[in-house]
Design a protein around this ligand. Sequence first.
Ligand SMILES: Nc1ncnc2c1ncn2[C@@H]1O[C@H](COP(=O)(O)OP(=O)(O)OP(=O)(O)O)[C@@H](O)[C@H]1O
Ligand SMILES: [Mg+2]
Length: 217
Amino acid sequence: MKRHYHRGSETVKALDGVDFSIHSGEMVSVLGPSGSGKTTLINLLSCLDAPTEGTMTVAGKSVTGLSEDQLVEVRRGVLGFVFQQFHLLPTLTVMENVELPLTFLGLKPHPQRTKEVLKLVGLLDRASHLPKELSGGQMQRVAIARALMIEPKILVADEPTGNLDKATGESIFGLFKELTQKGLAIIITTHNMAFGYEADRVMTLEDGKILKEEKRV
Ligand SMILES: Nc1ncnc2c1ncn2[C@@H]1O[C@H](COP(=O)(O)OP(=O)(O)OP(=O)(O)O)[C@@H](O)[C@H]1O
Ligand SMILES: [Mg+2]
């Protein structure tokens, strides 16, 4: 896939010929210096952006050239996102924040499921708290819980541990590992080599190209 940005006569080759695939139960991390194309790749894989060149298949379906409405259908129930800035709504409780994706999809609240997911990320006891009453790591876990609410097949996370200390980052990676054992495919970007190499596969980008790809044996 390629993603080139055009600014006047200048072309930024943010992604310049990167092939990527992931299967169920696999965790892949994307490493690389700032500006190497990690977020660009994540946005393409999330169907939030379209490649300038190349094709993409999500859960066996080609998404090339689909309209925004059709993409929403593809994303529904398949793709969960975690952003570096958690994007929690400050006036909603933890529980309400986690339930938001259901509301967006026009589904009824499902308190039992919400509680199960909060338990999974270890935050059941914070369900009625507001985001400002949480630590950074806890907020990140709320964002992960929210992504998991729709029972995605693929979890896409851009710098999920970027703002976290080592211990909290490790606990989040531990959670990710448990989730892959349940069949979830996880793609994360990180600047942290130690975390990155916990994944099943590590892809390192440089200037929009794959510098190296390593598989853990
Ligand atoms: N909308 C845009 N228009 C033009 N250039 C862009 C745009 N978005 C990103 N770029 C450029 O594409 C390149 C890759 O950006 P990207 O955000 O993918 O990097 P990154 O690897 O995620 O970096 P970081 O580690 O800092 O988050 C950068 O040189 C950036 O300036
Ligand atoms: Mg980025």
